[in-house]
Every structure is written in structure tokens, then in C-alpha cells.
Design a binder for this molecule. Structure first.
Ligand SMILES: [Zn+2]
Ligand SMILES: [Zn+2]
Length: 196
């Protein structure tokens, strides 16, 4: 059972059925205000030391201040008078909101990191491919250079051979020329001494 008490502005505050004045054991009703002390005790208007400038709790004698229990009580203190089941539902709802809020932000930053990682992986693959292409080109270049060198050597060899042939040809021609100019005309004739 929930008891309601009205404060001066007419607003009502809900008070649980366990609420009672710690001195006279009165329970909340519409005609008597209730107070909460800083030391955690509950007192009705009749039992609270409301006249004093620095009120003292009549239960434990501490000077810890008093607050009227009504709608103006600060929220964290009001919660002490709420049904724990309602608190649980509210906290559950708040928890869900907090979870949704944080997970939306977490998703965004995670996506950003994931995209960044994918970009880095792609970039690494690109460079790896470029390096492969480069080394393949270098290999082909070396091969072509080697082939070129061999061809050049072959050409040089063949040019030397050609020169050598030419020299031989000139020598042959010169010797043939010499031979022609020194040779007497040849007549086929029998030697007078021959007996054949
Ligand atoms: Zn009382
Ligand atoms: Zn007290």
C-alpha cells in the first residue's frame, strides 16, 4: 500500500507503507508532513526539531539537517521511497539506452578501424604486386641485356671472321695476280726429247 502526503504546493509524494516516524511510529497521512534527516532517520512534523536553527535528530542526536519528504526532495533521495521493482525497470530502460548509445558509437569507430585496416591491407597488396612487377621487369631487363651482350659478341666474332676472309681473299687475289703476270704463255707441245 502506498501512502500519499501533500506538501504546501499541493503536490503529492508517494510514500511506501513501511514509512513511519522513528519516534512516535505514526505512518504518513495527508495532514502531517514527514522529514528525512541527514543521518537517515524519518520523523513526523510533531517529532522533528523543526523550530531550531540547527535541528538535532531526536533518534541519534546528530545535527545533520532535515528535509521535508515531498516532490521537491532531490531525486537520489526520492529513490529511497520508490518501489525497488520500479527502480529496476527504470534502470533496465536506462541501461538499454546507454547500451544502444554506446554500441552505436562503438560500431562507428569499429567500422572506421576496419575500413582503415582494409585500406592498409589493400595498399600492402598493391605494393607487393608492384614489387613483384618491378623484380620481374628487372629480371627481363637482365635477360635482355645478357642476350644483347651475346648478340654483340656474335656480331663482333662474325665481323672478325669477315675481315679475316676478306684479308685471305685479297691475299689470294694478289697472289693470283702475281702468278698471272709472271707466267709465260703455256703452249701444249711435245718435248723434242720425248719418246712418247
Ligand atoms: Zn512522530
Ligand atoms: Zn538520527
Amino acid at each position: 500500500m502506498i501512502n500519499r502526503i501533500e506538501d504546501k504546493t499541493g503536490e503529492t509524494a508517494e510514500m511506501a507503507d513501511w514509512t513511519h516516524c522513528n519516534i512516535c511510529m505514526r505512518q504518513p497521512s495527508t495532514d502531517v508532513a514527514f522529514f528525512l534527516t541527514g543521518c537517515g532517520h524519518i520523523l513526523c512534523k510533531n517529532c522533528v526539531d523543526s523550530g531550531a536553527a540547527d535541528p538535532q535528530c531526536k533518534v541519534c542526536n546528530q545535527k545533520s539537517g532535515v528535509l521535508e519528504i515531498n516532490r521537491h526532495l532531490q531525486p537520489d533521495l526520492q529513490e529511497f521511497f520508490k518501489d525497488p521493482k520500479d527502480l529496476l525497470v527504470r534502470y533496465q530502460q536506462k541501461l538499454n539506452k546507454v547500451f544502444e548509445f554506446q554500441s552505436a558509437h562503438r560500431k562507428r569507430i569499429n567500422k572506421y578501424h576496419k575500413d582503415l585496416q582494409q585500406k592498409a591491407t589493400k595498399m600492402a597488396q598493391y605494393f607487393q604486386n608492384e614489387m613483384k612487377k618491378k623484380s620481374e621487369l628487372e629480371r627481363q631487363y637482365k635477360m635482355t641485356k645478357e642476350q644483347n651482350k651475346q648478340l654483340q659478341e656474335k656480331i663482333t666474332r662474325q665481323q672478325e671472321e669477315l675481315r679475316s676472309y676478306k684479308t685471305q681473299m685479297y691475299q689470294y687475289q694478289a697472289s693470283a695476280e702475281r702468278h698471272r703476270s709472271t707466267q709465260v704463255p703455256h703452249y701444249r707441245s711435245r718435248s723434242p726429247n720425248s719418246t712418247g
